[in-house]
Design a protein around this ligand. Structure first.
Ligand code: CA
Length: 233
């Protein structure tokens, strides 16, 4: 029953595309390659890949348009391949429905970690069991049913808002969640610009969870974009 997970790479820089393809083939994924937006879209519909790796800067199309188009009919994980300096572009891509991003230049291990996270969320989304009611990573335990949090067996008491933030990050562990997504999850879609309040809450959360809040072990800041919870054990 274990069919291979298939990945479509849409990336016009051939050497990057080939580098990714080789890394994935070595890990036993099925790989499809595309060097343009139009061809990419037609491969998405003809090959139905499990996961999409998408470069935003394509010669014939804006990758953002591909995200929007795919999101009209599919929830397949989309990981954006983006250049280092384009923070705003990453935020737009995430808010348009991309699941994650990886910044060029990147190494194989980072790439594979992103894909594994996508695969994990893929099986969760398809309801193939795996719907856990606890989150565990490096001594951090979150019991979603009882809304309790422990760090190395010591219970930690969070406010309601802090718990909402932490549990959303944990349920999406390994993925970056943008500031805006977190804010509208916690305070509602019509919340004012609550960036400052979010930062204050995050500072309090880190004081409670992290051994050294300046060098967090559980919740990482993606500067200009959002926060990312460490992958579950
Ligand atoms: Ca490109």
């Amino acid at each position: 029953m274990n069919t291979k997970t298939s990945v479509l790479i849409i990336e016009d820089e051939k050497n990057i595309c080939d580098f990714i393809a080789t890394a994935l083939l070595n890990q036993d994924y099925r790989v499809f390659k595309s060097y343009s937006g139009t061809d990419g879209i037609s491969q998405i519909t003809s090959r139905c890949p499990d996961i999409l790796l998408l470069d935003l800067g394509l010669p014939d199309m804006d990758g953002m348009d591909i995200i929007r188009e795919v999101r009209q009919w599919s929830s397949m994980p989309i990981i954006v391949i983006s250049a280092r300096t384009q923070e705003e572009e990453k935020v737009l891509a995430l808010d348009a429905g991309a699941d994650d991003y990886i910044t060029k230049p990147f190494g194989t291990s980072e790439l594979l970690a992103r894909i594994r996270t996508a695969v994990r969320h893929l099986s969760g989304a398809n309801g193939q069991g795996n719907q856990t009611h606890t989150f565990e990573a490096h001594g951090l335990v979150i019991d979603f049913d009882r809304r309790r949090i422990f760090v190395h067996d010591q219970e930690v008491h969070l406010t309601q808002v802090e718990y909402k933030i932490v549990s959303m990050l944990a349920k999406n562990s390994g993925k970056v969640i943008t500031y805006d997504t977190l804010i509208s999850h916690v305070w509602g879609p019509y919340a004012d610009d609550n960036n400052r309040i979010l930062r204050v809450n995050m500072a309090n959360i880190r004081r409670k969870l992290e051994q050294n809040p300046a060098q967090p072990e559980y919740i990482f800041t993606e500067i200009g974009i959002g926060y990312r919870m460490i992958d579950a054990d």
